[in-house]
Design a protein around this ligand. Structure first.
Ligand SMILES: Nc1nc2c(c(=O)[nH]1)N[C@H]1C(S)=C(S)[C@@H](COP(=O)(O)O)O[C@H]1N2
Ligand SMILES: [Mo]
Length: 315
């Protein structure tokens, strides 16, 4: 079942220069759904619910470096989501029946006004499109057009106390719907963390969709974190709990492989994984490898967060 909740976000087609959507518009015109889609979008109904085909044509979208967005097809069929399977091409099928509605995210810990946000509340935060690079620690990458909102807006709404220094995130735990959870060894539920200043950085978003569609299950429906300057595993999917803490929280990866995955996990071409180089990466859809950029190309915006820190030690 596709997700059927509505996205109040302005669809990509409305906020992207018209030419960049031409091929998509042509495709929809050919399918005879353009008028209907525009109308339904105005009513806040997800186009998908009206039978619009998934976007799998060249969108013309690029990131700020000029590199094209990966196709909807690639983004939704090559996934890491261990709660379903460790087979990247098997996630989409196994996640088909995951129930992403109703949904609630509990936000608490060291905050003055703890709150549980229903999906409707979350979708009411001011959304925008962010076209970000996603760099997996396994040395592949994609460019993904997300819709989402800055995490800092949600955190400001619960009023962090002065003692709060970190933010911990937790994924839903539903073994009946997530066959990978029956695998022993992993300390489920999946959890991740950020330092509070990283969490408040304007590049850090909670994403509720991609390519103008509600978030596909395999990408972390209905809401997931996206921290573009860190390795992909920090961008935790299907979040049900956010907690502000004083101490650095334990995370799933740093618990099982502390020598491979540090808490920070900033993309850094100079710090190799113990089993492979991080100097280059394979952009999905490209033939030759490309150089990996410091902080995944976001150094100008985020390097200041780590002034005075030894990045070879805190990796
Ligand atoms: N809950 C949860 N979140 C997760 C993962 C996971 O296995 N479980 N995998 C991470 C990894 S390793 C990556 S690279 C990204 C992949 O996101 P994508 O499938 O949307 O491209 O999700 C991250 N978030
Ligand atoms: Mo990853």
């Amino acid at each position: 079942m596709p997700n059927t909740y509505k996205i109040p976000a302005i669809p990509s087609s409305e906020i992207t220069p018209r030419e960049t959507y031409l091929s998509r518009r042509d495709f929809m015109k050919a399918a005879g759904v353009l008028g209907a889609t525009a109308l339904l979008a105005a009513c806040g109904v997800a186009p998908e619910a009206a039978g619009e085909p998934a976007v799998d044509v060249e969108s013309g979208l690029t990131d700020e470096l000029g590199d094209p967005a990966n196709t909807y097809e690639d983004i939704t069929n090559y996934n890491n989501y261990y709660e379903f399977t460790i087979d990247k091409q098997g996630v989409a099928g196994l996640a088909e029946n995951f129930k992403s509605t109703p949904w609630a995210v509990e936000v608490g810990g060291l905050v003055r006004t703890p709150k549980t946000f229903g999906l409707e509340d979350l979708l009411n935060f001011p959304h925008e499109e962010r076209i970000y690079r996603l760099r997996c620690v396994e040395a592949w990458s994609m460019v993904i057009p997300w819709q989402g909102f800055e995490l800092r807006h949600l955190l400001e709404a619960v009023e962090p106390m002065a003692s709060a220094k970190y933010v911990r995130f937790e994924t839903v735990y539903r073994p009946e719907e997530m066959p990978g959870l029956n695998a022993p060894y992993y300390p489920w539920p999946y959890s991740e963390g950020l330092r509070l200043d990283e969490a408040l950085h304007p590049l850090t978003i909670l994403a509720t969709g991609l390519y103008g569609q509600a978030m596909p299950n395999q990408n972390g429906a209905p809401i997931r974190l996206v921290v573009p300057w860190k390795y992909g595993f920090k961008s935790i999917k299907s979040i049900v709990k956010i907690e502000l803490t004083e101490e650095e929280p334990a995370t799933l990866w740093s618990a099982i492989a502390p020598n491979e995955y540090g808490f920070y996990a900033n993309v850094n071409p100079q710090v190799d994984h113990p089993r492979w180089s991080q100097a280059t990466e394979r952009r999905i859809g490209e033939f030759s490898r490309r150089e990996t950029l410091m902080f995944n190309g976001y150094a100008e915006q985020v390097a200041g967060l780590y002034d005075g820190m030894d990045l070879a030690k805190y990796y």
